[in-house]
Design a protein around this ligand. Structure first.
Ligand code: FES
Ligand SMILES: [Fe+2]
Length: 392
């Protein structure tokens, strides 16, 4: 039935934004089986520095060991399953102590000690350890993958590797704490708005004045790549006017990157951005079918010059304005899929990022090709085939 209803030239059907059953499969098939960005090596400077991330019932911790190696584990104590650390980031000096009963782990995940060990007759401390998760570093950025399937991160991002080399990504550090905000919409709605630049002239006056004249959405392989060059026209928007005026010539960047804003997306939930004065990312994590956590983080090279401080402030202001404008669009799209006349075919070539996203979703989860909400047994079958068959 699903195969007969192929809808690959249309946008996803409305039910896919409203189904909690589908969200379970999205977690399992997308968020647990694709690379997820956790942070940057600069956020793990010392042994014991850690970051956590939860998604779809799974909990992770990435932590730097005594030898300097970064490792990822399930943030699940092997005793009774408590979180071994509570905060989203911090430092465990010397050892990780589970807050429930005090089982203690070395920073490399091996069990170190157990209070009243004699009460656990069959426990061999020397052979027990936290459950590992795959962890890979790409150009200084730290990613995890809960289920090890498919390409390595390096293979997946190879098409854009050369593009990001000028930005000295292993040397950047956070420009402030990560921003975590919640939108009351399905996670895909956030990306549907974000995955095309056709709306920039109408919806984002600041971005339009900044780089709208040559803004372009493209792909390298199946990786979406968007670029816009900061032009020399006088802007009316205060932030854009001053940004254009103050933007320094960063001599370590090639000429073509010195006024370039570039965005690279990694399926399913990540956008990395590269501006002359800073880099960063934003990512979505679904909390419920109609509730999504958006995490954003900026990084930059150490540069205390007034000009760099000023353009970093101004580009943040432009991004904040743009984010507010997008929030409204996300809300309207959230409402749109609830109407009986939600249009699914009238998209143009400038919106190819949206249909590519939907086609990748349908390729990963064939159930999403259905025109109407499938019966429950089909979700159960899809879940079973994910857990038993070869990973998709
Ligand atoms: S659950 Fe961690 S020590 Fe008991
Ligand atoms: Fe936008």
């Amino acid at each position: 039935m699903i195969e007969a209803n192929l809808t690959d030239n249309r946008l996803l059907a409305s039910w896919t934004y409203q189904s909690s059953e589908l969200l379970k499969i999205e977690h399992e098939s997308l968020f647990h089986r694709h690379w997820l960005l956790v942070g940057h090596i600069s956020q793990f400077r010392n042994p014991g520095d850690y970051q956590t991330m939860d998604v779809g019932g799974e909990r992770s911790i990435v932590i730097r060991g005594q030898s300097g190696e970064l490792r990822a584990f399930h943030n699940v104590c092997i005793h009774r399953g408590s979180r071994i650390v509570e905060s989203s980031s911090g430092n465990c000096s010397g050892a990780i102590v589970c807050p429930f009963h005090g089982w203690t782990y070395h920073l490399d995940g091996r069990l170190k000690s157990v209070p009243r060990k004699a009460e656990f007759a069959n426990l061999d401390i020397d052979t027990e350890s936290l459950s590992s998760i795959e962890c890979e570093i790409w150009c200084g950025f730290v990613f995890i993958r809960f289920k090890s399937v498919g390409h390595s991160l390096a293979e997946e991002l190879a098409p854009v590797y050369d593009l990001v080399q000028p930005y000295k990504l292993t040397e950047v550090q956070p420009l402030g704490p990560a921003s975590r905000s919640i939108i009351e919409a399905n996670w895909k709605t956030f990306h549907d708005v974000d995955n095309e630049g056709y709306h920039v002239p109408a919806a984002h006056p600041s971005l339009q004045e900044l780089y709208g004249r040559d803004y372009c959405d493209d792909f390298i392989g199946d990786i979406p790549l968007s670029t816009g060059t900061v032009d020399d026209y006088t802007a009316r928007q205060w932030s854009v006017y001053h940004y254009k005026k103050i933007l320094p010539e960063y001599s370590y960047l090639p000429h073509e990157n010195r006024r370039l804003w570039m965005y690279i997306s990694l399926f399913p939930n990540l956008v990395m951005f590269f501006y002359p004065e800073k880099v960063g990312f934003y990512a979505s994590l679904p909390l419920a079918v109609d509730r999504t956590l958006i995490i954003e983080q900026e990084y930059g090279l150490l540069d205390t010059s007034r000009a760099t401080q000023a353009v970093r402030y101004l580009s943040r202001r432009i991004d904040t304005l743009t984010g507010e404008e997008d929030k409204k669009l996300v809300d309207w799209m959230r409402e749109a899929v609830l109407t009986s006349v939600y249009p699914r075919s009238s998209y143009g070539r400038l919106e190819s990022g949206v249909i590519q996203f939907h086609n990748r979703l349908r390729a990963a989860i064939p159930l999403m090709r259905a025109e109407t909400n499938p019966p429950n047994y089909m979700f159960r079958e899809a879940e079973q085939s994910l857990n038993s068959g070869p990973p998709k």
